[in-house]
Design a protein around this ligand. Structure first.
Ligand SMILES: [Zn+2]
Length: 372
């Protein structure tokens, strides 16, 4: 048996443990099973590939000629798949394949644990999101999950932990801190208009420091989009739509920016609108932005990676929300906090009441503290 892949040969003929998650596990395990059952002694041979590029076909030995022939057949098959719009070949169960895993009717060539986990947990998770009005069945399809996954992996560890906690509402805000007995108050420490502060209030807060922080981060996001050669129509829409996080009455903005691809631009706007401005701040973006940006990079001759652009765009949005939460924390632990002001008022009242009671119950050795 001959092959131009040395690693594939080693996998097929070795007696070492074959990893279930290794590439082409199905093929290597089938070859091993066949080698065990055949009443023949099979020898391995490594053949250098693509030798016809260096020598005439007639000067190649028998093995090298067969390698050129199977390579040619493989290339023809790949062209046939591409011409019919198929990205991957079908992968039927091999004769004598010891065990096979089919997901949605497609055989897996290896054990992909992440893929299996998705099959088990995603249907239940999607149903839960729908029941909680977090994401509808339609809006789940509008999220650029690939870019979001890439962004989450690229974020620092603290933001990887903070993001799911904050988005699910189980985070350091008045409502949760009161439930966890970490705070006597559930109100917003920045403004006096929110008796129960939840995670959605953090970017909405009407306090002057929250407004100033938002303006600063909103402008920084605009600057980032410009430095990354973002398509002007994407810049204009995302900047305007983020304003509705603090002013929901603004609704989905009508952006009068010119676009080379007006239909795709409109599709992206409709798609993003199903995810909402709060969803945008949480990094839920439509994949149509990535497609539109890819066309823009191509139009301006940029060699930037659109996948990296999409990942960094999401990171910027998540960081905006995190900065708003940090501003809330900074104020909560300062003397400008509404919590601090209320506590100070309570203590002042307590002191006055004690003075009004006089020295009657005060121990003799402490009475000197209260004399003029
Ligand atoms: Zn507030």
């Amino acid at each position: 048996m001959a092959c131009d892949g040395l690693i594939a040969l080693d996998k097929s003929f070795s007696e070492f443990h074959l990893s279930l998650s290794g590439a082409q596990f199905d093929l290597a395990s089938t070859i091993r099973a066949l080698l065990c059952h055949l009443p023949l002694q099979v020898h391995r041979r490594h053949v250098k590939g693509h030798l016809d590029k260096h020598r005439p076909f007639s000067q190649l030995d028998w093995w090298e000629q067969r390698n050129v022939e199977v390579d040619s057949k493989a290339q023809s098959y790949r062209r046939l798949l591409e011409s019919t719009g198929r990205l991957a070949a079908s992968n039927p169960r091999f004769f004598h394949e010891p065990v096979s895993l089919f997901i949605d009717g497609v055989k897996s060539s290896k054990l992909d644990q992440a893929h299996i986990m998705e099959q088990v947990s995603l249907p239940a998770l999607r149903a839960y999101w729908s029941s909680k009005d977090r994401l509808s069945k339609q809006s789940i399809r509008e999220v650029d999950w690939l870019s979001l996954a890439r962004a989450m992996k690229a974020l620092p560890a603290n933001l990887q932990r903070w993001t799911p906690k904050h988005i699910s509402g189980m985070t350091g805000v008045g409502k949760c801190l009161a439930i966890w007995n970490r705070s006597a108050k559930s109100s917003c420490p920045r403004c006096s208009s929110c008796p129960v502060e939840d995670h959605l209030h953090v970017p909405h807060c009407s306090a002057p420091t929250a407004a100033a922080e938002w303006s600063k981060r909103h402008l920084a996001f605009w600057t980032w989009m410009q430095t990354q050669q973002t398509a002007p129509e994407i810049e204009a829409f995302l900047f305007e739509y983020l304003k509705t996080v603090r002013q929901p009455s603004l609704g989905v903005p009508t952006v009068r920016a010119w676009s080379c691809h007006p239909h795709l631009f409109q599709r992206a706007i409709s798609s993003q609108a199903t995810l909402g401005a709060q969803g945008l701040l949480e990094g839920l973006v439509s994949p149509n932005w990535r497609h539109l940006q890819a066309l823009h990079f191509s139009y301006i001759g940029s060699k930037k990676s659109v996948n990296l652009w999409a990942s960094r765009l999401i990171q910027q949005l998540i960081r905006m929300g995190h900065y708003m939460w940090k501003d809330r924390n900074r104020l909560a632990h300062s003397e400008d906090s509404s919590w601090y002001t209320a506590r100070k008022r309570e203590i002042d009242i307590g002191i006055r009441e004690q003075f009004a009671m006089g020295l009657m119950d005060t121990p003799p050795h402490s009475q000197y503290l209260f004399r003029d």
